[in-house]
Design a binder for this molecule. Structure first.
Ligand code: PBG
Length: 326
């Protein structure tokens, strides 16, 4: 007796017809790094193939992505100067705020601009909040996050994405935004964010490695799965509109369980280390980087992600438009 599934794979057209997972460039989010300065378009040494812009050049990065059908972006900022309180994060003329204004002026509603909302790129010590007695102080940090969210929303952010893992961030942001006329600004919460070695290249790119200690007191222990689920449900209760699981590849089980359990849109974040691993192995001719990129991205959607934040967004959009995946 012939095995039926084999017939479903007998031609390319049939294989495509019967695919269980569909991808679209609409579901891709491209991270953009913006640093202080003018006329900056520079390569990121720790993330080969990625570029850092200044607020006046960031339009170029967006244009290149829009040409391929990617219209959603996650913005990270690198200020000129860092200080104890991370004041560059909430400066009205901060790098991200300036970039948002420029991008909205040029692209308006054609783009969805999501702002990473955290202090670690702006603090001299590299932690995600205010330090008191050698520890990150949750409650002193919250008002600064609210101030940051307001300055981002005022500058044109379509979604704010708190990534610092402080308790009660989402409800504080919701109240702060609502009180200042931003009821319509959604919150995409980094609800399940593991303390991970895969953030290494990013911290290099953002200059945000902690200067002492680590982030284990506020990011999650990768031995825990149920903790991810209760943190997501707590953030939903607090008013999150979308949520993130991160890193993606090491947490496909969490993505699958969260997708089953929660109805809100789930974004998986394929982080800098996942990108760097593929790039590095490919540069040594150990793997076919393009195929590995396609396979991992599809596996993340297959696990249940509704959208994917990835440094490969442009290349993936091209693969989708050629019909190689999706
Ligand atoms: C900020 C933040 C980090 C990343 C996204 N937002 C760094 C961290 O937690 O150290 C990592 C992204 C990546 O590695 O691609 N808190």
């Amino acid at each position: 007796m012939e095995v039926r599934t084999r017939r479903l794979r007998s031609s390319e057209a049939l294989r495509r017809l019967t695919r269980e997972t569909r991808l679209s460039s609409d579901a891709l989010i491209y991270p953009l790094f913006v640093r202080a300065g003018n006329n900056v378009v520079e390569d990121l040494p720790s993330m080969v193939g990625q570029t850092r812009f200044s607020p006046d050049t960031v339009n170029k990065g967006v244009e290149a992505a829009l040409d391929r059908g990617v219209r959603s972006f996650l913005l990270f900022g690198l200020p000129d100067e860092k200080d104890e309180a991370g004041s560059g994060a909430y400066a009205p003329d901060g790098v991200v705020q300036e970039a948002l204004r420029n991008l909205k002026r040029s692209f308006g509603q054609d783009v969805c601009l999501i702002t990473d909302l955290c202090l670690c790129e702006y603090t001299s010590h590299g932690h995600c909040g205010v330090i008191k007695e050698g520890q990150v102080d949750n409650d002193l940090t919250l008002p600064l996050l609210v101030q940051t969210a307001l300055s981002q929303a005022e500058a044109g952010a379509d979604i704010v994405a708190p990534s610092g893992m402080m308790d009660l961030t989402v409800v504080s942001l919701r109240e702060g935004l609502d009180g200042q006329g931003f009821k319509g600004t959604p919150i995409m919460s980094y609800a399940a964010k593991y303390a991970s070695a895969f953030y290494g290249p990013f911290r290099d790119a953002a200059g945000s490695a902690p200067q002492f200690g680590d982030r284990k007191s506020y990011q999650m222990d990768y031995h825990n799965a149920k903790e991810a689920l209760w943190r997501i449900s707590a953030d939903i209760e607090e008013g999150a509109d979308l949520f993130i699981v991160k890193p993606a590849l090491a947490n496909l089980d969490i993505i699958a369980r969260a997708a089953d359990e929660f109805a809100l849109p789930l974004a998986a974040y394929s982080v800098s280390g996942e990108y760097a691993m593929i790039q590095a192995a490919a540069s040594l001719d150990l793997i076919d980087g393009y195929k590995a990129m396609c396979e991992t991205a599809v596996s993340i959607f297959r696990a249940g992600a509704n959208m994917l934040i990835t440094y490969f967004a442009i290349e993936l959009a091209e693969a989708i438009s050629r019909g190689e995946i999706g």
